[in-house]
Design a protein around this ligand. Structure first.
Ligand SMILES: C[S@@+](CC[C@H](N)C(=O)[O-])C[C@H]1O[C@@H](n2cnc3c(N)ncnc32)[C@H](O)[C@@H]1O
Length: 311
């Protein structure tokens, strides 16, 4: 068993799970990597293809030199700023394991509020649906604008097995990831991936109106780029981060398109940037298109989700 950090640092020397983890935690902590314990565990789980329960149950399991080399290579890349999720290729969202690559934003926990609000505003299954044994969301037509990894579209498709979901993104590379994630969760047949600007591709005349539109649009201002953590700025895709100079440039066209494409009574649910509320709420309050405008705060108390019903 390796007793000192220098031994575990040398991939050629014998080491076990416990000592490798300790050494990785030491290096990550020294480099001020946030959540260093979690990162050390996730990277070792990924390297060995094992889950956390296995790591805890086998602290004395010897590691091969190649495993150690691969593990400490990941640790060094994490220290250099690459997000853990891009190193493991995985992130959980709404209880679903999703593939993530540098072509997509890493889904954030606060975005789960978009799913919560959407389901709450749609309401529970109707009596008719239950009596007829129809799947929840039977006949609903939903759009997810800026789908990225597909997290919102897939979570909604899983919760609403009777719904069809149109998932748009400007990035073909992101849509390829979303396609694999939809397949992985068995909803590819009900998620229609469309490349294009916002909802442009759905704006043609023959389309039946939509019942629900959700979006987590890019909402960081380019002028705020220097304030982003380096690992976000240097590694996450710029088109997923920046909503123009101010960060708020996509909300107005999104809301205008949503007003045209939603049926009367249809619901719009948008995630907000930390300073977007004062800009976005007036877009819904001005004019006659929207009613029942509601704000949802995240667990930190930050205004996070704005939702409204089409008049
Ligand atoms: C903040 S990310 C959200 C990704 C995912 N929905 C999530 O919540 O993790 C925004 C996404 O919008 C896409 N996007 C940026 N501008 C767009 C536009 N004009 N039309 C459609 N999608 C756009 C980006 O490629 C990115 O995938």
């Amino acid at each position: 068993m390796v007793s000192s950090s220098s031994q575990a640092a040398d991939p050629g020397r014998a080491a076990d799970v416990r000592s490798a983890l300790r050494e990785a935690m030491r290096r990550l902590r020294a480099a001020a990597v946030p959540s260093h314990t979690l990162a050390a565990e996730l990277l070792l789980m990924h390297t060995l293809g094992r889950d956390r329960a296995w790591l805890y149950a086998h602290p004395e399991q010897p590691l091969q030199a190649a495993e150690l080399a691969a593990y400490f290579d990941l640790v060094e890349r994490r220290i250099a700023g690459v997000p853990t999720q891009y190193l493991t290729g995985r992130q959980e969202f709404w209880g679903l394991e999703l593939e993530v690559t540098p072509d997509v934003l890493i889904p954030r926990p606060e975005t789960e509020h978009v799913v919560e609000v959407a389901l709450e505003r749609l309401g529970p299954p109707t009596w008719e649906e239950e009596a007829a044994g129809l799947p929840r969301g039977h006949g609903l037509r939903i759009a997810d604008v800026g789908t990225g990894s597909g997290c919102l579209a897939i979570a909604l498709a899983c919760e609403l097995p009777g719904a069809q979901v149109f998932a748009t993104d400007i990035s073909a590379a992101a849509l390829a990831v979303a396609r694999r994630n939809a397949g992985r969760h068995g909803v590819a047949g009900r998620i229609h991936l469309v490349q294009g600007n916002l909802l442009d591709a759905l704006a043609g005349p023959p389309l039946r109106p939509l019942d629900l539109i959700v979006s987590n649009p890019p909402y960081v201002g380019r002028r705020e780029a220097d304030h982003l953590p380096l690992e976000v700025r240097a590694h996450e895709p710029p088109q997923a981060l920046f909503g123009g100079e101010s960060g708020q440039e996509l909300y107005a066209p999104l809301i205008a398109q949503a007003a045209r494409l939603l049926r009367s009574g249809g619901i719009l649910v948008m995630e907000l940037g930390y300073n977007a509320l004062l800009h976005v709420r007036p877009l819904l309050e001005t004019g006659q298109d929207w009613q029942q405008i509601r704000l949802t705060r995240d667990l930190a108390g930050i205004p996070r989700v704005l939702s409204a019903q089409r008049v």
